[in-house]
Design a protein around this ligand. Structure first.
Ligand code: SIN
Length: 507
């Protein structure tokens, strides 16, 4: 398309739309999205967005909690920026029209695991993501932003080591098109669809991370994948997120025998860090030979469940469960990738002209285990900073001197399900060297197949690329830390592993 764009954004979740809205003052912005504008992960976020705005809270306390959750690998400077700039970004979202819930005239603050204070703002109860996405999409409908939906980015174009455009396929016609701009942002979100059980929608296939790696950008922390402890589990419906905020209001996890078990695993009980809760649930499922545990909301007092959690209440009712009277069957499901395209604190990747924001990026704020509801905030804090540096001379982030060069010679996965079950079985909540090696051998053996102008083919290629990188990262890290649990190396090993793993493509 021969139009002069100031910026191309790939992805239309909160990261993509927020960046587009902030950048339109600099010139025309193009947003490419492979589905429709509302097909994004943001829409499904329930708990909310974390910011130290309460009278008993402070950015320092938020920072301390973020660092503690991250199991030794949080980038302290990036996390300091996240926590100190968060309150101002809440004001930006309010200016765009997001109506956060209030209680008694004050902003309502929820509690989630490993937060020492109630600091999670929400909108529409547990429909926070949908409320933000709808508001930003409506704000982005003006003339400064062109949104092309059903258009999948297939390659980043470059000149002299910098990214200068995007090659894409118009999925309606199957034709290839290319776009040019001095800056391109990867805002494609996460990769939950690499796993057979996930809280993420179909679009979350990690494409942008694989495209950036292919274009020479460094990627980091790919062994750290977060499994949400409580997704609805039954044979009759796909997993559905049951927000941690439900436990924040007092719900209790029980095993198949009805025992409230979390006290046996962690002093914070049901509000222990996510990785601890997910593994505890798996242990209880094994011990009781069941497919799930139960989340008991009947013990919650003084909360109107239908008003506070309208999405969860309606979903469970649709499954024949009245959550005020009956427990919800739950089990862990793939939820959030802590790693991604490595960026500095202005969203710059190591390739000039290429930026990354949100779940597709790795700013380092999550370390080995993300603190709940820091993800939506990360997108707006670093999205804002990214746009602020767009007018500077283009340059990349400093390369990591310890980056490991790796080649990816494998082909596309034979199908989504084959890859998803392989990743769930071999790179899930508990992994072992033997299982990861088996998965890598299978993934390396996938044959190259001729390119097809379809979303399915391109997703299979990018999912396979990302899976191979995640498996390599998981194999190399011979310890357990945060969300990465190796049954053959169950201890944390600070002497050898208090460091990130950064990968870049070999030449
Ligand atoms: C939740 O509501 O439990 C999910 C929030 C998050 O992943 O940050």
């Amino acid at each position: 398309m021969k139009q002069d764009f100031r910026l191309i954004v790939i992805g239309s979740g909160i990261s993509g739309l927020f960046v587009a809205l902030e950048a339109q003052k600099l010139g025309p912005v193009l947003v490419l999205t492979k589905g429709s504008i509302e097909d994004c992960n943001t829409r499904w976020a329930q708990g909310g967005i974390a910011a130290a705005v309460g009278p008993l809270d402070s950015p320092e306390q938020h920072l301390a909690d973020t660092i503690a959750a991250g199991a030794g690998l949080v980038d302290a400077e990036a996390a300091r920026i996240l926590c100190s700039e968060a309150p101002a970004r809440i004001r930006d979202l309010v200016d765009y029209g997001v109506a956060f819930d209030s209680l008694g005239g004050e902003v309502a603050l929820g509690r989630e695991a490993a937060h020492s204070r109630a600091r999670v703002l929400h909108a529409g109860g547990d429909r926070t993501g949908a409320a933000i996405e709808t508001t930003l999409a409506s704000a982005a409908s003006g003339p400064g932003i062109t949104i092309l939906d059903h258009t999948i980015a297939t390659r980043l174009l470059g000149e002299r080591g910098a990214v200068t455009g995007v090659e894409a396929i118009d999925l309606a016609s199957g034709t290839s098109i290319s776009f040019e701009a001095p800056a391109v942002v990867i805002a494609t979100g996460g990769a939950g669809r690499l796993y057979s059980h996930t809280t993420n929608p179909d679009v979350a296939t990690g494409d942008g991370i694989a495209l950036a790696f292919d274009a020479g950008a460094e990627v980091a922390d790919l062994e750290f994948y977060q499994f949400h402890p409580t997704a609805y589990r039954s044979n009759s419906a796909p997993p559905f997120l049951i927000s941690e905020a439900v436990r924040g209001e007092g719900a209790v996890l029980r095993n198949a025998a009805g025992e409230a078990f979390m006290g046996r695993y962690h002093e914070l009980g049901d509000l222990a860090p996510r990785d601890v809760v997910a593994r505890a649930i798996v242990a209880e499922m094994k011990a009781t030979a069941s497919e799930n545990v139960f989340l008991d909301c009947t013990v919650i007092r003084g909360v109107d469940l239908a008003a506070r959690f309208p999405a969860i209440f309606a979903f469970c009712r649709g499954q024949g469960i009245d959550i005020g009277r009956e427990p919800i069957p739950v089990a862990p499901a793939a939820h959030y990738l802590m790693g991604g395209v490595r960026t500095d604190t202005f969203g710059r990747t190591t390739v000039p002209g290429l930026f990354a924001v949100g779940e597709a990026a790795c700013t380092g704020v999550h370390g080995a285990n993300r603190l709940a509801s820091n993800s939506l905030m990360e997108t707006v804090v670093f999205g804002k900073r990214m746009v602020e540096c767009l007018n500077e001379a283009p340059r990349g982030a400093e390369p990591d001197p310890g980056a490991i060069e790796c080649d990816d010679a494998g082909g596309a996965s034979p199908g989504h399900w084959a890859l998803q079950t392989l990743m769930w079985d071999c790179a899930g909540i508990e992994r072992s060297g033997e299982g990861i090696e088996r998965a890598l051998a299978a993934a390396n053996g996938w044959a190259h197949s001729p390119a097809e102008p379809t979303r399915e083919w391109h997703e299979r290629r990018e999912m396979a690329r990302l899976a191979r990188l995640m498996l390599q990262a998981a194999l190399r890290r011979t310890e357990s830390r945060g969300a990465h649990y190796r049954s053959d190396f169950p201890e944390r090993d600070d002497e050898r592993w208090l460091r990130k793993q950064v990968f870049r493509r070999g030449h």
